[in-house]
Design a protein around this ligand. Structure first.
Ligand code: ADE
Length: 233
């Protein structure tokens, strides 16, 4: 069982996110558990303040360290910061400053982690002591800036859950997908064989499995060369 604990100031953001398709089935099958927690629950002051102005000046507000440390320590059952986590515990800060999420990173989390705590950044940033002393992984979902880490947490959880053994219908379903072998996926077609004059490639209707395999390999390479040449380097 893989447990995801999301720390956020918008727990309602996740209300419907995990209620569909593969993630819903994985939850119902007891393969994964996902909980969103309100960061404000770990504030101690009467205004339940989670952010403050940046030292050194500048725009915007910065998420304070105390509630985040308290939340992570509470959710992991530890008290000594990063060094006291179980080996199977990952504490992820979602931020545009992180290393980029790839299939490999998702696979690593799906196979090694027992608990993944996800900290969703907001505003202009998160006090750097969180990245320096608390988290095990700082992860970005791509080179663009979101208004918060919440959509990124959903993306990460989705990418990881479908790689958890048993989450997909058959154990081999993830093997033929994009990225699993370093290329993009091959093109897919279904009925009708002709639609508005656009025909499905003849080889796919031929029943020659060897030829179909070869065609798919070639088209996958072609697509990768054209859309993502960086993957072939
Ligand atoms: N928060 C803001 N932008 C982000 C990104 N690109 N990835 C992860 N978290 C983020």
């Amino acid at each position: 069982m893989l447990k995801f604990d999301i720390i956020t100031i918008f727990p309602d953001f996740f209300r419907a996110a995990f209620e569909y398709g593969i993630i819903r089935r994985a939850r119902e099958a007891g393969l994964v558990e996902i909980a969103a927690h309100d960061l404000r629950a770990w504030t101690l002051d009467k205004h339940r303040q989670v952010d403050d102005r940046p030292f050194g000046g500048g725009d915007g507000m910065v998420l304070k360290p105390e509630p985040i440390f308290a939340a992570v320590e509470n959710l992991t059952g530890t008290s000594g910061g990063r060094s006291s986590f179980l080996e199977t515990t990952r504490v992820v800060l979602l931020s545009p400053q992180g290393r980029v999420l790839t299939h490999r990173v998702a696979q690593e989390l799906a196979s090694e982690a027992g608990q993944v705590v996800l900290i969703c950044g907001r505003y202009e940033g998160v006090d750097e002591r969180v990245a320096e002393h608390l988290v095990t992984d700082e992860i970005s979902i791509g080179d663009y800036v979101l208004s918060g880490g919440e959509p990124a947490a959903i993306v990460l959880i989705d990418a990881v859950v479908r790689l958890v053994p048993g989450a997909l219908g058959s154990e081999t379903s993830a093997v033929n997908e994009s990225f699993s072998d370093g290329t993009l996926d091959y093109p897919h077609y279904t009925r009708p064989p002709e639609f508005r004059g656009m025909r499905v490639p003849e080889v796919l209707l031929s029943g020659h499995h060897g030829e179909i395999e070869k065609w798919r390999r070639e088209r996958a390479l072609e697509k990768t060369q054209s859309n993502r040449p960086d993957l072939l380097k």
